[in-house]
Design a protein around this ligand. Structure first.
Ligand code: GLC
Length: 345
């Protein structure tokens, strides 16, 4: 009797174990499938351009970009698949809980999303220049959470053209806290958007070298982003917001064989990290400022875009129509050499 009983419970235990394994396998398969869907979603981002210096400028400042609905048609016709829309939400939200975002500002963003979608462009919508969060993460993380709750719930019914990027270039005091803070942002998004692809990058300004510092939660719908502006002295020479040494640099050329190799190696390192961690990669920003000699700028852009594509990374050039611009809104002309360097035109 006892033996039979033992035997029976043994069978039951084995059955339970088998069932648990089956469930685990099923869950793993679902994860693998949605991870595959995330790789596909990343591929759809394809070649993109940043609508930079626009909604990321401080509230009343003009950083030289006036982007209108008609530009989306031009961007699509030129061959881009997506736009990245950097937004300084923190300048348009109440400073105290519940940190309500102004309706009028939301309506501006709504219209841009609709204009992009109607042209068949994907949109990466981010939080950009949230300076309080970089300086004092503990004091601003609740605002970060609330901003994402509001943005994500407002756009939850938008189609798959829309991707959320948690936070541009975390740096300063946020570096050490980023892995915790990103979880807060992601959880806020996931309340209303359980599976929409979310883009997230490493601390230290989304630098490729810092990828190993990024620890991601167990969410299959994540795309990892990095930025590439190396060598910084070359890409930012003459830029007013660079350090005094870099700001005064002029006529710095780029393109020797070892320089090319260095850039290619860096992107290969990023791709290697992506493979090791099973995550798709999006090069969310790269570009060289207009003060750099044009020939070198074109070469650098070509090398970076080609290397990214070789590594199966999607990309978004920085940026559309300001200091790094590929388009001149005054003359209404594309910068042909730069566009060619991106494999467009
Ligand atoms: C970062 C900054 C942006 C700047 C760009 C190039 O995205 O947030 O303001 O223009 O890098 O330096």
């Amino acid at each position: 009797m006892t033996a039979v009983f033992l035997n029976r419970s043994g069978v039951a235990a084995r059955r339970a174990w088998g069932l648990a394994m089956l469930l685990l396998l099923f869950a793993a398969q679902c994860d693998a499938q949605s991870n595959k869907a995330t790789f596909e979603a990343n591929q759809r981002l394809g070649r993109g351009v940043n609508l930079g210096n626009f909604l990321e400028a401080p509230r009343d400042a003009n950083w030289g970009a006036d982007i209108r609905a008609e530009h989306f048609a031009l961007i699509r016709q030129a061959g881009f698949n997506s736009v990245r829309l950097p937004v300084r939400w923190s300048d348009y939200a109440a400073k105290t809980s519940p940190f309500t975002i102004e309706q009028g500002f939301f309506v501006r963003v709504d219209r841009l999303l609709t204009a992009a979608e109607s042209q068949g462009l994907n949109v990466v919508l981010n939080i950009h220049h949230f300076e309080g969060l970089d300086a004092e993460p503990d004091n601003f993380k609740l605002m970060f959470k609330s901003l994402w709750e509001q943005i994500a719930s407002r756009y939850q019914s938008r189609g798959e053209f829309l991707y959320f990027e948690l936070n541009n270039e975390p740096h300063a005091n946020l570096n050490e806290k980023w892995n915790d803070v990103l979880r807060i942002g992601l959880a806020a998004v996931r309340e209303s958007n359980p599976t929409r692809p979310v883009i997230v990058g490493p601390p230290h300004w989304n630098g490729i070298w810092a990828l190993d510092k990024l620890h991601l939660p167990d969410d299959p719908n994540l795309i990892v982003t990095v930025h590439m502006y190396n060598p910084h002295e070359f890409t930012h020479q003459g830029a007013s917001w660079a350090s005094p040494q870099v700001r005064k640099l002029k006529n710095l050329k780029w393109g020797a064989a070892d320089e090319v190799q260095k850039v290619e190696r860096e992107l290969a390192d990023a791709a290697k990290w992506g493979k090791q961690h099973g995550r798709p990669l999006f090069l969310g920003e790269f570009g060289a400022y207009e003060a750099a000699p044009m020939e070198s700028r074109v070469k650098w852009t070509k090398v970076v875009a080609a290397a990214a594509e070789k590594q199966k990374m999607t990309w978004a050039y920085w940026e559309f129509c300001a200091g790094f611009g590929v388009y001149d809104t005054a003359t209404q002309k594309w910068n042909a050499p730069l566009m060619q360097s991106l494999g467009l035109q």
